[in-house]
Design a protein around this ligand. Structure first.
Ligand code: DGL
Length: 281
């Protein structure tokens, strides 16, 4: 299938946002599930990580990113970032969207994940790994409780993992030093955990290290596919939105950070060269 990375004119792509590189793990699955659509990806690498930032800062940064993607013509924006979904999504949906453009939509990654995650566990004990911001928001605990009241959720913040990925060090032996203590702290909370959710879109890049350190009987779930399937279902239920999205099979990348560095890192992840543009939010 032909997919152009370079076509510059778009009508109405799907906007995908993350604090940095992590949202690529979601974008990849979305492109697989919606191969004809146009996508535009924005990473706020200059200001990543979002995890340690306070509520209002994450909200302000995310709002700027959503506005930027709207300005590029996106009728639909996916916050492919758990921290932004936990700290900014609801306020943007309820307060800002009606003033910005009530016909546009902003969706997150937490709700689609919590709607299905209970189906993966047999023991009803699920572990969540996330950023400090996501864990402190308790969004996963609250949302999973609504969909799966019998499931007990255990959380562990992994404060250094996003920077590890952003710096490319997730591919070095140093990664294990950062990963093991967090896994031990999570699994030490309950022997019955049979499912671990990677509740940060950066973490699937650490999956080879995580998998090596965790008992093979424990499932490790990444969100990309779950979120992509949920988006396909959303577009079926919302033909008025589906009809507004353009289908030119194009993909553009933008970063607030260093374009060369982003292009290189995204290229490794994507498996082919990626050229990124600079975004000023
Ligand atoms: N990928 C973001 C998430 O899913 C990382 C947030 C951060 O920058 O700390 O939470």
């Amino acid at each position: 299938m032909f997919r152009s990375f370079f076509v510059m004119s778009f009508q109405s792509p799907i906007g995908v946002f993350d604090s940095g590189l992590g949202g690529l793990t979601v974008l990849k699955e979305m492109v697989k599930h919606l191969p004809d659509h146009d996508f535009i990806y924005l990473g706020d690498n200059a200001r990543a990580p979002y995890g340690p930032r306070d509520f209002d800062t994450v909200y302000q940064y995310t709002l700027q990113a959503v506005q930027w993607l709207f300005d590029q013509g996106c009728p639909l924006v996916i916050l492919a970032c758990n921290t932004a979904s936990a700290k900014a999504l609801r306020t943007i949906q309820q307060k800002n969207l009606p003033l910005m453009d009530p016909s546009k939509r902003v969706l997150g990654v937490i709700r689609p994940t919590t709607e299905v995650i209970g189906d993966y566990t047999e023991t009803n004990h699920i572990g969540i790994l996330g950023t400090k911001g996501t864990v402190e928001s308790c969004s996963y605990v609250i949302e999973i409780q609504k969909s799966f009241p019998d499931v007990t959720v255990y959380q562990q913040a992994c404060p250094t993992w996003v920077e590890l990925v952003e710096s490319g060090e997730h591919l070095t032996p140093k990664a294990e030093e950062h990963v093991k203590p967090c896994l031990d702290a999570l699994l030490g909370q309950c022997e019955g955990i049979d499912t671990i959710l990677l509740g940060c879109t950066h973490y699937p890049l650490l999956l080879p290290v995580i998998r090596q350190l965790v008992n093979p009987a424990i499932q490790i779930i990444s969100q990309g596919e779950i979120v992509a399937e949920s988006l396909v279902f959303y577009l079926k239920r919302h033909p008025e939105m589906a009809g507004r999205l353009s289908k030119g099979k194009t993909l553009r990348f933008f970063t607030t950070g260093d374009v060369e560095q982003f292009g290189h890192a995204a290229g490794i992840f994507w498996g082919e060269a990626v050229s990124a543009g600079k975004a000023a939010l």
